[in-house]
Design a protein around this ligand. Structure first.
Ligand code: AHR
Length: 503
C-alpha cells in the first residue's frame, strides 16, 4: 500500500517564526573556549573568534543564540566577564565543576553574534541573584551612554547599546541541580516582579519565563500552572526543555519514534498555558520557547572531568545516523507546533552536545545531526502548509504504541515549497505518493536524501563522505499533479518545489 501526502499550496496553517531554528551556547566544556573562541588558532580573527566555526554556524543559519547558560547562568556574575581581560577574575563554576576564566563574556558574545549573523537571547541569573541584577545587566546591555551602566559599557569599549531584545528569566528553576532552585510560587513571583521591573525600563523586551525542566519532573504541568498564575500577564513565552537518547529505550524502533514525546510535551504545556489564560481571562496567548532540545545521552556523555579544570571536554557526544533521524523527527514536531512555538534552541551549538565539533588548534567538522537541522533551518521558513497524510504503515513500539513509519511536513516561502519526509521504517522501501492540490503545476528542482548503511554510522574529524545529504535525480509530477517515490528504509528527505513555467 502506498503512503499518500496531499499538499495544499495555498492553505497556510501558520507563519513560522525564523527563531524556531535558534541554538544555544553555554559556558560549559569547550563550547566557548576552543569552540567559539581560540586566540592563536590558525583561523582566529583579531578578536580570537574561530572563523572556521563561524562559517559552519552561518551554514546552519541560526537566527538566535541563547547565552550564557544553562545551569552555568544560575551562579554567574556577569561583571566578571566584562572590562579589561587582564583584570577579569578566575571563578569556580559550581554547575559544571570547572574553572571559568572569564576571558569571553557579554561584549565578546555580542561581537561574535554579529560575526556569525545571529542575534543574542540572553539569560539572567535568577539563582544566586535576582531582580536587581537583572535590571543592572539589562541596563548594561541596552541603556544609552550617560547613565551609570551605559557609561560602564562605554568605558569597556562599547558606546552604542547592544539592543538585546530577548531575555530568559533564569534557567530550569525547578531542577534540584540548579544553583538557587526555587519552588513554583517563589519563582513565579520572582519572574513576575523581575519582568514588571524590566518592562518599566523597556516595555518592548521579549521575556521568557522558566517552564519545568522536562516531562519527567514530578511537578510537570503543575509547575507551569503555578508559575503562570503569577506571571502570565508579564511574559511573552514559557520555556520548555527536552533531551532524548537511544539508551533511554529498549529498541531502535522505540528510539526512532520518540519525537512523539516532544509533541505530547508541547501539547501538555500548552494546555497548562491555556488553562491559566482561560481562568484569568487573559487576552494574550502564551507562546513556547523550546530553548533546549536535542539528543543527549547524559550517562555516557556527562560532565565528568578533572575537578576545576579549565574548559575540559564535557558532554562531547558523538552522534550517529539514528540520532540524525531523531533530530529530523524532532524538527518535524517543532514545525507542526510552530503556530505556538516562537523560539527553539538546538542545545547546543559547538562541542557540547553539538552539531559542530572542533579540535583545539585543528579543524572543525559537522556531526550527523548538523544536516537535518541545517536543511530545516535553510528551507523550513515562511509558513507551515496544510497537508494530509494517509496510508502510512505503522510499527507497534513498546514505548509509544503504534507509530507511523512515515511523517511529512510541508512549508512554503514565497514561490518555494519544501517537503520534509522522514522514513523510519527499518526493513523495506516505502511507496510514497505526493499529490499537489489545485490547478497550478509544480516541479521538483531539488531532492536531497540523508541515508547511511548502518544506523550507528558517525561522522569524524575531516570526514566528508560519512553521513551527509546526497542529491537524488528529481522526479516529475504527472498530469494529475502527483509523483511517486520509493523511499529507502531509514531515510530523511528534503524535496524543494517551484512553480512550473510554461516556457
Ligand atoms: O544543555 C546542558 C544543560 O542541560 C543545561 O545547562 C541545562 O539547562 C540543562 O539541564
Amino acid at each position: 500500500m502506498s503512503t499518500r501526502l496531499r499538499i495544499f499550496p495555498d492553505l497556510v496553517q501558520n507563519p513560522i517564526d525564523p527563531r524556531l531554528y535558534g541554538s544555544f551556547i553555554e559556558h560549559l566544556g569547550r563550547a566557548v573556549y576552543t569552540g567559539l573562541y581560540e586566540p592563536g588558532h590558525p583561523t582566529a580573527d583579531p578578536q580570537g573568534f574561530r572563523r572556521d566555526v563561524i562559517d559552519l554556524v552561518r551554514e546552519l543559519n541560526v537566527p538566535i543564540v541563547r547565552y550564557p547558560g544553562g545551569n552555568f547562568v544560575s551562579a554567574y556574575d556577569w561583571e566578571d566577564g566584562v572590562g579589561p581581560r587582564a583584570q577579569r577574575p578566575r571563578r569556580l563554576d559550581y554547575a559544571w565543576g570547572v574553572t571559568e576564566t572569564n576571558q569571553f563574556g557579554t561584549n565578546e558574545f555580542m561581537d561574535w553574534c554579529k560575526a556569525a549573523n545571529t542575534a543574542p537571547m540572553m539569560a539572567f541569573n535568577l539563582g544566586t541573584r535576582g531582580l536587581d541584577d537583572a535590571r543592572r545587566l539589562v541596563e548594561y546591555c541596552n541603556a544609552p551612554a550617560g547613565t551609570k551602566f551605559g557609561d560602564l559599557r562605554k568605558a569597556h569599549g562599547y558606546a552604542a547599546p547592544h539592543a538585546v531584545r530577548t531575555w530568559c528569566l533564569g534557567n530550569e528553576m525547578d531542577g534540584p541541580w540548579q544553583t538557587g532552585r526555587k519552588t513554583a510560587d517563589e519563582y513565579g513571583r520572582l519572574a513576575n516582579e523581575t519582568a514588571n521591573a524590566l518592562r518599566q525600563f523597556d516595555p518592548t523586551l521579549e521575556l521568557i519565563a522558566c517552564g519545568s525542566s522536562g516531562p519527567a519532573m514530578p511537578a510537570f504541568a503543575e509547575w507551569e500552572r503555578v508559575v503562570l498564575e503569577h506571571c502570565y500577564g508579564q511574559v511573552d513565552a514559557l520555556s520548555i526543555h527536552l533531551y532524548v537518547c537511544e539508551a533511554g529505550y529498549k529498541s531502535l524502533a522505540d528510539y526512532l519514534a520518540c519525537p512523539v514525546v516532544m509533541e505530547n510535551q508541547m501539547r501538555d504545556v500548552l494546555a497548562a498555558c491555556d488553562f491559566v489564560k482561560a481562568k484569568h481571562r487573559h487576552k494574550k496567548t502564551m507562546m513556547l520557547s523550546f530553548d533546549e532540545w536535542n539528543v543527549w545521552d547524559m550517562a555516557r556523555f556527562g560532565a565528568k572531568c578533572e575537578r576545576w579544570a579549565e574548559a575540559p571536554p564535557q558532554l562531547e557526544q558523538l552522534y550517529t545516523f539514528a540520532d540524525a533521524l531523531v533530530v529530523g523527527g524532532l524538527l518535524l514536531a517543532l514545525l507542526r507546533q510552530s503556530g505556538r512555538v516562537r523560539y527553539a534552541c538546538l542545545a547546543q551549538l559547538v562541542n557540547v552536545i553539538a552539531p559542530i565539533m572542533t579540535a583545539p588548534g585543528g579543524g572543525a567538522w559537522r556531526q550527523t545531526i548538523f544536516h537535518p537541522f541545517a536543511q530545516a533551518s535553510r528551507h523550513g521558513r515562511g509558513a507551515l502548509l496544510f497537508t494530509y497524510l494517509s496510508g502510512a504503515p505503522c510499527t507497534d513500539t513498546p514505548a509509544h504504541g503504534p507509530s507511523p513509519d512515515l511523517e511529512a511536513v510541508a512549508t512554503r516561502d514565497g514561490d518555494h515549497i519544501t517537503i520534509f519526509i522522514l522514513h523510519r521504517g527499518q526493513t523495506a522501501p516505502a511507496d510514497f505518493t505526493l499529490g499537489i492540490e489545485g490547478a497550478a503545476r509544480w516541479r521538483v528542482f531539488e531532492h536531497q536524501v540523508l541515508a547511511a548503511p548502518d544506523p550507528r554510522t558517525t561522522n569524524g574529524p575531516g570526514q566528508t563522505d560519512g553521513v551527509a545529504p546526497r542529491s537524488m535525480p528529481t522526479a516529475r509530477f504527472s498530469a494529475g499533479n502527483s509523483l511517486a517515490l520509493a523511499l529507502p528504509p531509514l531515510s530523511w528527505h528534503v524535496l524543494r518545489l517551484t512553480p512550473e513555467t510554461t516556457t
